[in-house]
Design a binder for this molecule. Structure first.
Ligand code: AMP
Ligand code: ZN
Length: 115
């Protein structure tokens, strides 16, 4: 837990937020500023500032994000239309909250490469 971190505070509930998925190690919320009809954030509870902080001991946790992403994408009906799972790592890549999180985006055509 990092006392100054928005997602740590949402994880432990000191900032209220509707969690659409919750486990001991992960939770998911709808993005406050959605960039697509479905825009969900999957957030590990443990504080890692960015992908650069991920270590081998985190591999099981990071792998489980894919299972949760698929479950949420299916719930949102994105299995046929497709969805994007993306992490912004560092300011230059657009990261604005420095607690690791995966974006699920879907529900509209998604162009490649992203801007
Ligand atoms: P990134 O720019 O990749 O670090 O993504 C951070 C995301 O967090 C952005 O898409 C924001 O819209 C989103 N965000 C910021 N504050 C909140 C919040 N309180 N609840 C939900 N999403 C948030
Ligand atoms: Zn944090």
């Amino acid at each position: 837990m990092n006392g100054d971190c928005l997602f740590c505070k949402i994880s432990e509930g000191s900032i209220p937020s509707e969690k659409i998925y919750e486990s001991e190690t992960l939770f998911a919320i709808n993005d406050i500023n959605p960039q697509a009809p479905t825009h969900i954030l999957i957030i590990p509870r443990a504080h890692h500032s960015s992908l650069l902080d991920v270590e081998e001991t985190d591999h099981e946790l990071m792998g489980s994000i894919i299972t949760v992403a698929n479950k949420l994408a299916l719930e949102q009906g994105l299995d046929k239309s497709g969805y994007r799972l993306v992490v912004n790592c560092g300011e230059g890549a657009g990261q604005s909250v420095f607690h690791i999180h995966y974006h699920i985006l879907g529900g509209r055509p998604l162009k490649w490469p992203p801007g």
